[in-house]
Design a protein around this ligand. Structure first.
Ligand code: SF4
Length: 258
């Protein structure tokens, strides 16, 4: 999966512990909705919203706002969240909703159309199989006309600067390239859509995604061949990579200096 390969890139030891040995973090009972839960919730909201809009298309702003609210209530119910869990985010909801709908209007006016949400996909790669779930796939009108192209979209709820950084990182950021590899399509496009809590939604497209996909597939093949041949998997993580790492107690990073 994209996240498993990202673990390998960030720290081979983490990949070994969490993916090859399949060690898991102790389940923690968190009170309330943390940032990660919020992302899960928002993904579900946007899926319900777009599927409902696809079934009963409307351009009416009030109707779209009502559909977003219905989608939010359904996602809250389905995830078993209480109203109180949502409290820290409730005040920002009207701005987020308005910002998203405004962006969507412009996106559609530019020729884009929602096709599918939460698309599960698999692709063979030699002896491996790449697996993943695409947040969303749109159809977009190519400049100059012709058959619509697929636009793979991955939602982000982080700061917009972080999302911009992912695009700038090129081949260092493997997520969009990985998702592109899950669809056999040499004409597809791929972008992050940053849904800002303060009311701004922005699309950040990776212009060179088909080339990055090819580089990624070569990289995965090479890395897996090395691991199969017995390459060591050292703990190379640094900085923010280690901050939230579930294997931190295992690699004993906090004791290295001692
Ligand atoms: S804490 Fe850092 S060095 Fe240790 S396994 Fe995790 S990412 Fe690797």
């Amino acid at each position: 999966s994209s996240s498993a390969y990202s673990d390998l890139r960030h720290c081979p030891y983490r990949f070994f512990a969490l993916r090859q040995l399949q060690l898991q973090e102790d389940g923690e009972l968190d009170a309330g909705l943390d940032k990660r839960d919020f992302g899960t919730w928002l993904h579900a909201v946007l899926q319900h919203f777009h599927e409902a809009l696809q079934d009963a298309p409307t351009g009416d702003a009030a109707a779209r706002t009502a559909l977003m609210d219905e989608a939010a209530a359904r996602a809250t119910r389905e995830l078993g969240l209480q109203e109180g869990d949502f409290l820290p985010y409730a005040s920002g909801w009207p701005a987020l909703r308005a910002g998203y709908l405004e962006w969507l209007g412009k996106h559609e006016a530019a020729g884009a159309c929602f096709r599918q949400a939460e698309l599960r996909a698999r692709q063979p790669l030699g002896a491996l199989e790449l697996v993943g779930t695409l947040d969303r796939v749109d159809a977009v009108r190519p400049q100059g006309g012709g058959e619509p192209l697929a636009l793979v979209i991955d939602y982000k709820t982080e700061s917009d600067a972080l999302t911009r950084g992912r695009i700038k990182a090129g081949s260092e950021d493997t997520q969009l390239a990985f998702y592109a590899a899950l669809l056999q399509d040499d004409t597809l496009r791929a972008a992050y859509v940053n849904v800002g809590e303060r009311g701004e939604t922005r699309l950040h497209e990776q212009d060179d995604v088909v080339h990055l996909r090819d580089l990624l597939l070569d990289g995965i093949t090479h890395d897996m061949q090395r691991i199969a041949a017995g390459a060591p998997l050292p703990a190379l993580g640094e900085g923010s990579v280690c901050e939230w790492c579930a294997a931190r107690g295992l690699c004993r990073k906090d004791f290295w200096n001692e």
